[in-house]
Design a protein around this ligand. Structure first.
Ligand SMILES: Cc1ncc(COP(=O)(O)O)c(C=O)c1O
Length: 329
């Protein structure tokens, strides 16, 4: 089945811009490659971010099953949860969110937006408590005559990953117009749906670049296997006779720091540098760590001056407002 044959609800403003970060390049000095930023923080749905592309296919899936409510889960500052609630509203559905308070439960940032969006928010103490709560919330909804549709963690299922297969097609058109042939695309990788879609898209559309995921959570070592399985399943959903191995899914686990959601010095540096050179906000959980990875790869020579790279900005800025002055370098 070709990409365009899948039902899709329009939630994003596409194409997102691809912009040259020349002031960042100047700040990084002569070692810097040309850096292009793919602004998926500007996808347009409820303050933007990568999940909007996945949700275009997932909401269509929910509508196909005649669902009335989307249920999903994440951390209290989950961008995915905020965007799922917004997508539900835009599609005339309701949203129930199961969020864990392992990193705090202040009603700020994404959690504040979840409430503004009118989502039915359920807070549990730890990530491990989420599955049971999801089941309980779904059961209660069914008893009330609702038809819940579960959007798995991060929207990272083959249907959601299609959003990033399509994103590669979009990016290839932009790169061709610029005459650019980047060696690598960097992005924050968590539940692996974004990376799986990118890896499939890179193969299908013969992209010149390697997809390099910078992990935002431990254990990073398990991610290539998860990503390869998801990429293979995404290709199968598209009817492609293609499979992916762990070696096709490049994940660098060196920039997580102590844990998911915990700031690192590199992340703080990246957030401040992008704001001060380009006027672009990164976030403390995802895109800041991914940019910290790219900056370090430039400094240690993993990419060369004269090359070009793409940084996929996956969004996440609402979490800035849950952190406060700790973010200032
Ligand atoms: C801002 C941001 N960037 C990157 C990611 C990682 O995407 P994925 O879960 O598809 O790996 C997420 C996931 O929540 C996110 O919110």
């Amino acid at each position: 089945m070709t990409l365009d044959a899948f039902p899709r609800v329009s939630l994003c403003v596409l194409p997102t811009p691809l912009v040259r970060a020349s002031r960042l390049e100047a700040a990084l000095g002569p070692a810097s490659p040309r850096v292009w930023i793919k602004r998926d923080d500007l996808t347009g749905l409820a303050l933007g971010g990568n999940k909007a592309r996945k949700l275009e296919y997932l909401v269509a899936g929910a509508q196909g099953e005649d669902a009335t409510v989307l249920i999903t889960e994440g951390a209290v500052q989950s961008n995915h949860a905020r965007m799922t609630a917004a997508a539900a509203n835009a599609a005339g559905l309701r949203a129930a969110l199961v969020l864990d308070a392992a990193n705090g439960d202040a009603v700020a940032g994404n959690l504040l937006l979840d409430h503004l969006l009118g989502a039915d928010v359920h807070i549990v103490p730890n990530p491990g408590d989420r599955p049971a709560k999801m089941t309980q919330v779904a059961e209660n909804l069914r008893k009330r005559g609702e038809r819940p549709y579960v959007v798995p963690t991060g929207g990272s299922v083959p249907l959601g990953a299609l959003g990033y297969v399509a994103a590669v097609r979009e990016l290839m058109v932009q790169l061709a117009a610029l005459g650019e042939s980047p060696v690598a695309l960097y992005h924050a990788t968590g539940s692996m749906g974004t990376q799986a879609g990118l890896v499939v898209g890179a193969r299908v559309f013969a992209a010149p670049f390697e997809v390099r995921g910078i992990s935002v959570s431990h254990p990073a070592g398990a991610k290539p296997a998860v990503g390869a399985a998801l990429a293979s399943d995404t290709a199968a959903l598209m009817g492609l006779d293609d499979s992916f191995a762990e070696s096709d899914v490049l994940v660098d686990g060196g920039y997580v720091g102590t844990a998911y959601g915990h700031l690192t010095p590199g992340c703080t540096e990246a957030i401040n540098l992008l704001a001060r050179t380009e006027g672009i906000f990164l976030d403390p959980v995802y895109s800041g760590k991914a940019m910290a990875g790219l900056i370090d790869h430039i400094r240690i020579g993993r990419v060369q001056p004269g090359d070009s790279v793409v940084f996929l900005h996956t969004g996440g800025a609402p979490a800035i407002f849950a952190h406060g002055p700790a973010l200032l370098a």
